[in-house]
Design a binder for this molecule. Structure first.
Ligand SMILES: [Zn+2]
Length: 136
């Protein structure tokens, strides 16, 4: 994996950690190198203990928005499978949120590009926030 791809994944973890912290889930997320995925290094999100959940192939790191989506998706699986914590929850409906890519401007990201958002399926479906911007 290129250093540039690893840097993108590290930034994605920082963004998703903001949502974990906002939810007051006591988990510190980091990247764990877990062997190879084909000829590529396979990084997965992991807890501070080193526990991880390899529900999918390794994280790509090729695109900023896609990497944030993948990390958020991985952390959602990690917290559910390892800690048994449904995360994140809609502040209004308490449903587990789903990820979706929306074309909307997010501070600090290139305008006009798709960015991952947390979506709630309740009340006909509604947007909760951009990934990394969940409110405590
Ligand atoms: Zn909701």
């Amino acid at each position: 994996m290129l250093q540039q791809e690893l840097d993108i994944l590290v930034r994605a973890v920082v963004i998703v950690q903001r949502d974990v912290d906002a939810s007051e889930v006591p988990a510190q997320i980091h990247l764990e190198l877990v062997g190879k995925d084909g000829c590529r290094d396979a990084y997965h999100v992991a807890l501070a203990s080193g526990e991880f959940w390899a529900g999918t192939t390794g994280l790509s790191g090729e695109d900023e928005s896609v990497s944030i989506y993948e990390v958020a998706d991985g952390v959602q699986d990690l917290l559910a499978e390892v800690l048994r914590v449904p995360w994140p929850l809609c502040p209004w409906h308490q449903n587990v949120l789903r990820l979706g890519m929306l074309r909307a401007d997010v501070e600090g990201q290139r305008p006009g590009r798709e960015f991952p958002y947390w979506l709630c399926p309740a009340s006909g479906g509604h947007v909760v926030s951009a990934v990394g911007s969940l409110h405590p």
